[in-house]
Design a protein around this ligand. Structure first.
Ligand code: CU
Length: 453
């Protein structure tokens, strides 16, 4: 039966109160109980008490689905249903997901195991579950109408197959996909190697890239959007409320990132170079890897990268498309850099005394000001670090590497204190003369051109 500690795990993040993960009562006596959680915080799973052993992944702002062993078969119960996801403090999205959350819980099992996954549909329309990247019988592939009939509302279907290989996979509907994926239906499926000594790591993080189009002041994604999304998320959370990834100095760390949005995401991590060690196609042989600091994650694909956490510090981890590290407000703003808005400001202030013009010297002022914004949205650029505003949003978090963090401790260690002499500082001495193009010293090419030969 299910292990409650395994279900609860541990909450992380400063002030993170772990909402109780309640076992939902189910009317299906013979089914595994359908666990559910209201918490949007990272819940660290414990090692499994039954079945083959493995080192669980830590799903960023997510959790792993409890299972039960039925003989040699590992049984899970997924429930497709409407959910409320707290994307950040002050922003709730009404999505569709699995077992109380979007993104759905991570399914974890071991290479060679047989899994039986009950899928109950509590949506108002039919659904199906496609097991992205897994090698399985055609009739278990979850393409509604092709592999099997769609799962009607109120019904439960059973998927059952052997896990023929280890790796990082995903699950999502293959029925009314445009709506169901735009509403947040997706999750990770991790198959651990049968041999625990195969590519072991100390910390194994996983998250999905998901995008939404939710107008400020509203709660439900616009599902017909093809390109112009305004909320770019790690596991349906946005900066500044994505949990940090915490590692002890010296740990071997793996980060698995899957992309189920409609565009590619170049995921960049500061402070390290690293190597791609796994795709949704399988593990990458050591001789086939190359160093990177940014990994472009294609649509409908997954990449895992690994590194030795030898550099202490707070290292930004983010999508490198700068509009993907912004939240929903004001993407339609005109560019007014350099414009003189003084006269306009005077005119507007006669009607509206508090009016502040913005953007004439860049948009950094938006990260510092507390403007009035509609209910249920958060600012476009926000977040404070130890040295001032971060001016970020969306797909941004921090990899925090510290000396002396205990194994299994994922709690936020706070901000990194740069050792004396290792932080950029203001120059207060004399500045040398500014060299410009008019300086004879910069005229390296003689006027009249260079004579060759
Ligand atoms: Cu991106």
């Amino acid at each position: 039966m299910m292990n409650r500690r395994q279900l609860l795990g541990a909450g992380i993040g400063a002030g993170a109160t772990l909402a109780s993960a309640a076992m939902a009562q189910t009317r299906f006596r013979d089914l595994p109980e359908a666990a559910s959680t209201e918490s949007p915080y990272t819940q660290v799973p414990e090692r499994p008490g039954v079945g083959p052993d493995y080192n669980p992944v830590v799903t960023l702002n997510g959790w792993s689905l409890p299972f039960r062993m039925n003989g040699n078969v590992k049984e899970f119960h997924l429930v497709a249903e409407p959910v409320e996801r707290i994307m950040a403090d002050g922003m709730i999205a009404r999505l569709w997901g699995y077992n109380g959350q979007s993104t759905g819980p991570t399914i974890e099992a071991v290479e060679g195991e047989r899994v039986r996954i009950y899928v109950t549909n509590r949506l108002p329309e039919h659904t199906s579950v496609h097991w992205h990247g897994l090698i399985l019988p055609s009739g278990m592939d979850g393409v509604g109408g092709l592999s099997h009939p769609g799962i009607p509302p109120g019904k439960t279907f059973v998927y059952e197959f052997d896990l023929t290989k280890s790796g990082t996979f995903m699950y999502h509907p293959h029925a009314d996909e445009m709506v169901q994926m735009a509403m947040g239906m997706m999750g990770l499926f991790i198959v651990h190697p049968r041999d625990p000594e195969f590519m072991p790591v100390d910390r194994d993080f996983a998250f999905l890239l998901a995008a939404y189009d939710i107008d400020p002041g509203t709660y439900i994604p616009r599902v017909a959007e093809m390109t112009d999304f305004n909320l770019w998320t790690f596991n349906s959370r946005i900066f500044p409320d994505i949990d940090p990834l915490v590692a002890a100095k010296g740990d071997r760390v793996r980060v698995r990132v899957g992309n189920l949005t409609m565009t590619n995401h170049p995921v960049h991590m500061h402070g390290y170079d690293f190597e791609v060690t796994c795709t949704d196609g399988g593990w990458v042989r050591p001789e086939a890897r190359w160093p990177e600091v940014t990994i472009d994650i294609p649509v409908g694909a997954m990449r895992a990268y690994e590194f030795d956490a030898v550099h202490e510090g707070d290292w930004a981890l983010h999508c490198h498309k700068s509009h993907h590290t912004m939240n929903a407000m004001g993407h339609e703003l005109p560019t007014v850099i350099g414009a003189d808005k003084r006269r306009l400001t005077e005119m507007v202030r006669r009607q509206q005394p508090g009016y502040m013009p913005m953007g004439t010297a860049g948009m950094a002022d938006m990260g510092e000001m507390s403007m009035e914004i509609p209910e249920n949205t958060i600012p476009m650029m926000t977040g404070w670090g130890p040295h001032g505003p971060l001016e970020m949003g969306g797909m941004f978090t921090v990899m925090k590497v510290r000396e002396g963090i205990e194994a299994g401790d994922y709690s936020d260690p706070g901000w990194y204190e740069n050792p004396p002499g290792t932080q950029a500082y203001e120059w207060t001495g004399e500045l040398p003369d500014h060299a410009s193009n008019t300086s004879p010293k910069t005229l390296l090419t003689p006027r009249g051109g260079v004579r060759l030969g």
